[in-house]
Write a protein that binds this ligand. Structure first.
Ligand code: PHE
Length: 447
């Protein structure tokens, strides 16, 4: 078996987990989901989901990963010898491909905007023109797929350099910068005329606008944003040292990730209302309003470049963690060499990403309930794969796993206090499975 190396420092491990969590899920997807689901009430439900399900499920993945120092399949085999629970790993692998398939297309859009910013095209236009600009991008198969491929080349180049060097360095430098720049953009967005309407939309909870679909979206969004449910954090925490406090790390990931999502909302919505863009615009939302924000800023050219560059790196640390799921699996379970595992992962990823990229143009006739391939992948990733995986890990750790291992992992063998163990176990046993199953039954019309 390949030798497993730990993260060099505690900061390195946390930075990598935060790097995985913070990405397009926060900056691109959170605002558009909040916009489609009426704003304030959605955000309240989202935060509740993070606290009672997100953080406990992060911990359940950490417990599985660190107690075994193995990938998901080997971990489940070690923890439940002779049982078939490890079969669930295949669902996780499939899920990771679905996520990275549509996700890398959005990363491609980010590179296009980075390019447009560099050649000075992100200023001097009206909101309608920015909207047309985005439509022109996605309707052009060459540009859409070309940028996506370029992104994937970056991604797999970093992967081939190995986990420690590649991931740790990129993640720990870029994250604080991104945070800072988001705050600066929020301030500028709040200074726009009519910004108050955006704030009201975001923070005034009007529950009449929230449907059960919205609740499912909030839950799926929380899981996608925290990178849980497809064993990503099992893989990462399998590299954690034995003296890290899992609870502290999980709370840090949850809090930072949520802060980035809320900041993105505060950056986008005042501008949405100020420019008269529809909050329900969907995946195109941030691409329609961001250029307008840069335009208002002194030195907008540089800000735009910097912003897309940082978002590019934030996305890269997320796709790296996504591709690490099948790669570690192939290396450790199928005894492949790392380059070979990377090549297979790249091949499947490219195939799915091409399908997703073409679904706005060449393949736009292929639709299911009005959704193209990209939309279906986007929806299935968070609302099906990650939730299913979340219920599985919650039930597995809450009900099936030996309670002693949970105690041992959360308290580091009894040394740590205040690890919220009873709360975590309660949420894993009851809150997460019951609410997720309830929502599914409700949606399918069974209750
Ligand atoms: N959490 C990432 C984001 O918000 C996406 C992701 C999902 C990464 C699952 C890894 C695993 O952008």
């Amino acid at each position: 078996m390949a030798k497993r190396v730990g993260f060099a420092t505690r900061m390195g491990a946390i930075a990598a987990a935060v790097g995985s969590a913070v990405g397009l899920g926060n900056i691109w997807r959170f605002p558009y989901e909040a916009g489609e689901n009426g704003g304030g009430a959605f955000i309240l439900v989202y935060i509740a989901c993070i606290i009672v399900m997100g953080i406990p499920v992060i911990l359940s993945e950490f417990i599985i990963g660190r107690s075994t120092h193995s990938n998901m399949k080997a971990a489940l085999k070690k923890l439940s010898p002779g049982k078939k629970y490890y079969m669930f790993t295949y669902v996780c692998i499939l899920g990771s491909f679905v996520v990275i398939g549509f996700y890398s297309v959005v990363c491609g859009w980010i590179i296009e905007y980075l390019y447009q910013a560099a050649i000075g095209h992100l200023s001097g236009h009206t909101p309608e023109e920015y909207s047309d600009m985005f439509s022109a991008l996605i309707s052009n198969p060459w540009r859409c797929v070309g940028w996506t491929m370029l992104f994937l080349v970056f991604n797999f180049l970093v992967m081939s350099r190995g986990i420690e060097k590649g991931i740790e360095r990129v993640a720990s430098i870029m994250m604080p910068l991104l945070f800072l720049i988001l705050i600066i953009f929020c301030i500028h967005s709040l200074l726009l005329p009519g910004a108050g309407k955006g704030l009201r939309f975001l923070f005034y909870p009007d529950f009449s606008k929230l449907t059960i679909h919205g609740v499912l979206d909030a839950l799926g969004q929380a899981f996608l944003s925290l990178s849980i449910g497809i064993s990503c954090l099992v893989t990462y925490s399998s590299y954690f040292k034995d003296d890290t406090s899992l609870t502290k790390d999980a709370v840090t990931v949850g809090v930072l990730d949520t802060m980035v999502a809320i900041l993105s909302g505060v950056m986008i919505f005042p501008a949405v209302f100020s420019f008269g863009v529809e909050p329900t615009a969907g995946p195109r939302l941030i691409f329609e309003v961001l250029p307008g924000i840069f335009q208002q800023m002194t030195g907008g050219y540089v800000w735009a470049l910097l912003f897309f560059l940082l978002v590019f790196f934030a996305s890269l640390t997320s796709t790296i963690s996504l591709s690490e799921i099948p790669i570690t699996f192939m290396i450790e379970e199928h005894k492949m060499s790392r380059p070979r595992a990377i090549a297979w992962t790249a091949l499947f990823t490219v195939a799915l990403a091409v399908l997703a990229g073409l679904s706005f143009n060449v393949l736009d006739q292929i639709k299911l309930w009005g959704n193209n391939i990209f939309d279906m992948m986007d929806y299935a990733a968070s609302n099906i794969f990650m939730l299913l995986g979340g219920v599985f890990t919650a039930i597995y750790v809450g009900w099936i796993m030996d309670r002693k291992v949970i105690h041992e992992q959360l308290t580091n063998g009894g040394r740590l206090k205040g690890t919220m163990e009873p709360f975590v176990v309660f949420c894993l046993r009851y809150v997460a499975p019951i609410s997720i199953i309830f929502i599914f039954l409700f949606l399918t019309g069974i209750i």
